[in-house]
Design a protein around this ligand. Structure first.
Ligand SMILES: *Cc1c(COP(=O)(O)O)cnc(C)c1O
Length: 418
């Protein structure tokens, strides 16, 4: 069971809304910091442990500053994300570039920042040499093919566009070494939003065995293995959170069994969690604009799938609370919708909720990762503001809401007043 409790009282929320109209995402700084500390503690056994926060989950430099202060780095997969990391003061090997189909300017920026560059394909060695040069530390992304089961979000590894095959991997390390690269890591990411601790422990075993084989066959002692992101969160109240301590202990055991006897005992462990770090600590707050009763009962919000795409895109569940009615019986069944001209713009379908009235505030839970980040402008919808509930209880606007001027700013249309 995971409890869904919004950390702000109804009265305080109304004060906040006076300054910052809905819709907005709000993030709980204290909870994010506590969570990061818990993660670092779960891996304190490792000779070196790194968390490169997956910037794409919540690409806001204020959040990245929190990561930096807690000792985490950044996993970037685009030029903009590299700039965001730099803005937040994350530099050097605290940054890892894990991109795919990578353009030259990303490699160049990563090199300028002194980042670790993680290559998605063997052909990128030549491309990198030609277009940017080599970093001090390089990694390769392993796609285990049919050696491991994926899960439903990320799919079967064999069908995934990412990474190198096993044969290519050995060839790639040898090739990069022959070109003068001396420091290496190994990366994989095969699961997404996974709630079973065993999946991560099994991935670690597979990677550790591979690290040993790389040492035996090529004489290369890897500096780190990066087990990717993908730790899930309990979006549904009946689901349980992944026990980070159990994952840490399970990986520790595999490390003692596989890595230490092979003489690789300095191998660092890296993760690039996004969702599990900020996901549960972000909330989308909206106001009910309309109710509509036709063949079904609809509640229309001032937000839409441009603010939170996961329900429409994956049929994902996001828990909803009606502020001030948390203890009322859920004796109504609603479709909770946004205003986009797409019938799948529904935050919830046939959801049991208390009786809702126009003007009620609705809180959607678990929007702290892949929430605002996935926003878009289809149908002229504008992205919302992002707020930070700071540790002292005060509110900081960390991104203002988009305006029509923003929306039209890329048009050079004669006579436009924008
Ligand atoms: C998206 C992504 C992550 C983060 O995934 P989460 O599910 O948010 O943990 C990490 N690494 C890579 C390469 C990714 O593409």
């Amino acid at each position: 069971m995971s409890e869904k409790i919004f950390p702000i009282s109804q009265a305080r929320l109304e004060e906040i809304i006076k300054d910052y109209p809905t819709p907005f995402h709000i993030y709980d700084e204290k909870a994010i910091r506590q969570n990061l500390r818990r993660l670092f503690a779960a891996f304190s056994w490792a000779p070196s442990f790194r968390e490169h926060y997956a910037v794409k989950a919540a690409p806001n430099p204020y959040l990245l500053e929190i990561m930096r202060e807690e000792g985490a780095g950044a996993d970037c997969s685009s030029l903009a994300e590299l700039h965001l990391a730099e803005m937040a003061g994350i530099t050097g090997e605290k940054i890892m570039l894990t991109s795919n189909d990578t353009p030259a300017d990303e490699f160049q920026k990563a090199l300028e920042l002194g980042a670790i560059i993680n290559l998605d394909d063997i052909s990128h060695i030549d491309y990198l040499e030609k277009n940017a040069g080599f970093p001090s530390c390089m990694a390769f992304r392993f796609n285990p093919g049919d050696c491991i089961e994926g899960n439903s979000i990320i799919g079967q590894p064999e069908e995934a566009k990412y990474g190198l095959t096993r044969e290519q991997l050995f060839e790639a390390y040898a090739k990069a070494r022959s070109k003068g690269v001396k420091r290496f890591g190994l990366h994989t990411m095969v699961i997404s939003n996974e709630l079973h601790a065993d999946s991560f422990i099994n991935t670690a075993r597979l990677m550790f065995e591979l690290a040993v084989e790389i040492k035996e066959k090529l004489g290369i002692c890897l500096e780190f293995t990066d087990l990717g992101g993908g730790i899930g969160i309990p979006y549904r109240p009946k689901e349980n959170a992944v026990n980070l301590e159990e994952v840490g202990a399970g990986i520790h055991q595999a490390y003692q069994e596989i890595i230490e006897p092979a003489g690789l005992g300095n191998l660092a462990i890296a993760l690039e969690l996004g969702r599990a770090i900020t996901g549960p600590y972000g909330y989308l707050v909206s106001t009910v604009l309309h109710e509509k009763h036709t063949y079904k009962d609809y509640i229309g919000l001032d937000s839409c799938m441009a603010n939170l795409m996961r329900p429409a895109m994956y049929g994902a569940y996001h828990h909803i609370a009606v502020v001030g009615k948390e203890n009322k019986p859920c004796d109504h069944v609603y479709d909770v919708t946004g205003s986009l001209c797409e019938n799948n713009d529904k935050f919830a379908i046939d959801r049991r909720l208390p009786k809702i009235d126009i003007g009620d505030r609705l809180v959607m839970f678990d929007t702290g990762a892949h929430g605002h980040a996935m926003g878009f402008n289809y149908n002229g919808k504008l992205r919302s503001a992002e707020l930070l509930l700071q540790e002292d209880g005060s509110i900081k606007l960390i991104r203002r809401a988009e305006t029509l001027d923003d929306y039209f700013s890329t048009l050079h249309f004669p006579g436009s007043k924008f």
